[in-house]
Design a protein around this ligand. Structure first.
Ligand code: 5AD
Ligand code: FES
Length: 350
């Protein structure tokens, strides 16, 4: 089959096998006409299910302590230059309050893998948020835990969980995470789904050594998992990591992966990521125009934001939550879309 036929097969059937995916990816690297057709298909698919809506989530980066040592990550355990911080329950509730007043109805609690937050502490935080903000959804993004812990957080009121698989190729995975195991991470994702969470997986584009064959594996894995959300962003270098001289991921390649993900999983919630906005001043707008439908402005205390630095030059680190809220609304509307401040469930959960 020629690649145009492959694209339309994907558009119509929302699936391709590995060889077909790889062939399409290879051609998309240079075939600009095909790339534009892909982008038109992905936008149309998004609008079929979510119209012009773009959902807002308030991100609270509540701890930058992490017991892991992901090679690319600025807050990895072995980085001694990070000023570490933790937010307590009250700090977190204050972020939620500020967010609630700005209209947010979803809070994403993201942190490194920090054992200070025992299940008991986390459950208390989740229940307190649910109690104070009854009409809000809580998303967790706190890494790998046991089935039992995931179940406890769910029963306490968390209903969504983000855990990027980072890369679905085990050799690449092992290189970047020498102490971790891809099979375990995948198991966590299947566990989360089984419990009933709306689950987000995802990966980085432009990692050192990453090929189209690796990226095809990411798409095939996503199809198998069928998560409700998928976070995809370019790899960006961080000055304190051993990968500091590796070049950043490519904007167009990231857009291609987002658009293909939209076609593999037509109803997926697809964030236009901060990393894309960091790579390119209008990267988030470009992503919205090819089928992304979520943005996650930062609600973390301004004084601490610079310390949650996964990569260099992260945008919005000096800005008040209210400023980001307005800025992002303007960007969304100028791109021809409509801001939706609702809880923004996946269409199958409505
Ligand atoms: N560049 C881009 N994204 C990164 N992440 C971590 N470090 C980097 C980096 N250097 C991403 C990972 C993680 C998410 C929270 O941020 O994919 O899952
Ligand atoms: Fe902790 Fe990557 S090293 S999130």
């Amino acid at each position: 089959m020629n690649t145009k036929a492959l694209l339309y097969k994907l558009y119509n059937e929302n699936n391709l096998n590995f060889d077909e995916t790889l062939e399409l990816l290879n051609d998309l690297d240079t075939n600009l006409k095909l790339r534009n057709e892909l982008f038109a298909c992905s936008l149309e698919t998004k609008e079929k299910y979510y119209q012009k809506d773009v959902y807002m989530r308030g991100l609270i980066e509540f701890s930058n302590y992490c017991k892991q040592n992901c090679l690319y990550c600025g807050i990895q355990r072995s980085n001694k230059n990070v000023k570490r911080y933790r937010l307590n329950r009250n700090d977190i509730l204050n972020c939620c309050k500020e967010g609630y007043e700005l209209g947010f109805r979803t809070f994403v609690l993201q942190g490194g893998e920090d054992s200070y937050y025992t299940d008991e502490i986390l459950i208390d935080i989740i229940k307190s948020i649910k109690n104070d903000f009854k009409d809000c959804a809580i998303t967790l993004s706190i890494g790998e835990k046991s089935y039992d812990s995931y179940l406890k957080y769910f029963n306490a009121g968390a209903s969504r969980f983000l855990l990027r698989h980072e890369t679905a190729d085990s050799d690449l995975y092992n290189y970047f995470h020498p102490e971790m195991d891809l099979e375990n991470r995948k198991q966590c994702l299947f566990d989360l789904k089984k419990i009933g969470y709306q689950v987000g997986a995802g990966f980085m584009v432009g990692l050192k050594g990453q090929t189209n064959s690796h990226l095809a594996k990411d798409l095939i894995f996503l199809k198998e998992l069928s998560p409700h959300m998928v976070g995809i962003g370019p790899y960006l270098s961080h000055k304190d990591t051993i990968l500091k001289d590796c070049k950043n991921g490519d904007l167009n390649k990231t857009l291609i992966m987002l658009a293909l993900t939209r076609l593999f999983l037509p109803k997926v919630l697809l964030p236009s990521t901060t990393a894309l906005g960091t790579l390119d001043n209008t990267g988030r707008e470009k992503a919205l125009k090819i089928g992304c439908n979520v943005v996650m402005p930062n609600l973390s205390p301004t004084s601490l934001r610079k310390d949650y630095s996964l990569y260099d030059n992260k945008i919005c680190t000096g800005d008040e939550a209210a400023h980001c809220r307005k800025c992002i609304q303007r960007r969304i509307e100028n791109s021809g879309f409509k801001i939706n401040m609702g809880k923004g469930d996946h269409i199958d959960f409505k």
